[in-house]
Design a protein around this ligand. Sequence first.
Ligand SMILES: [Zn+2]
Ligand SMILES: [Zn+2]
Length: 279
Amino acid sequence: MHSIDLHTHTSYSHGADVPDAMFAAAQAKGITLYGFSEHSPRPLGFDYPNEYREHLAAHMEIYAQDVHRLQQQFPNQVLFGMEMDWLEGQLAFTKSTVSAYDYDYLLGSVHFLGTWGFDASAADWEKLSQAQCDALYERYFTAEIDMATSGLFQIAAHPDLIKIFSVQRFHRWLNDARHGAAHRDLVRTMLLAFRSNGMAMEVSSAGIRKPCREIYPCAPIMRMAAELGLPICLNSDTHCVADVGYAFPQLESYARAFGWNASVWFDKQGMHSQPFMPA
Ligand SMILES: [Zn+2]
Ligand SMILES: [Zn+2]
């Protein structure tokens, strides 16, 4: 089974468990390389309904110390990363945040359009028309392209997160008879931006646990990424011990179905490939 999990959170943001407990869960599940990728700080004004900004700020240094201690205790089994929010108009903040620590790798994530954290509330989406959703999908993939083009990140996290609360409307947008080809071109431009910036695309089991009930990204995006030869990471985006390595056998067979036979991981030396074990 795939045994690398590079997208994980702790109780220092809005997760449930401390780093030691998360790593112990990983060991118990046969994870051989565990990456801590806590959420990034965010500037005031980019707020979730249940905001954890102060809590995270108060624990950032403890988080770094915990992870570094685990790295010393368990050589070659622990990586120190961060899931950085890509926020429109916040490049200076982003650059200073990612250079505050010597990270092994950075996940780039679009969770916000403008100052709206779009992945927090289903109610935000229920009132939107198809046309309104379509505009948001375009804006989201444009932000993903900007994120990749910044050159700051190694892994593009949950590449179609925007579908989280509107998965049927999202697939309508992607497969629309008149405009679907142009929409898929926008997605392909994003994937090309990942590739030309040396990034891997995340395949995430978090989508299975969310209202969209499907892996991030969906099959049509997987097919395009496979055609482009994009490297992938298979991650859980866990926020608690129970979800470490969540549905990894399913993620691996999903990736295999599109032709991948390896995943990648990153450290300060760059990208490393790890073949899937023989099926
Ligand atoms: Zn995320
Ligand atoms: Zn995450």
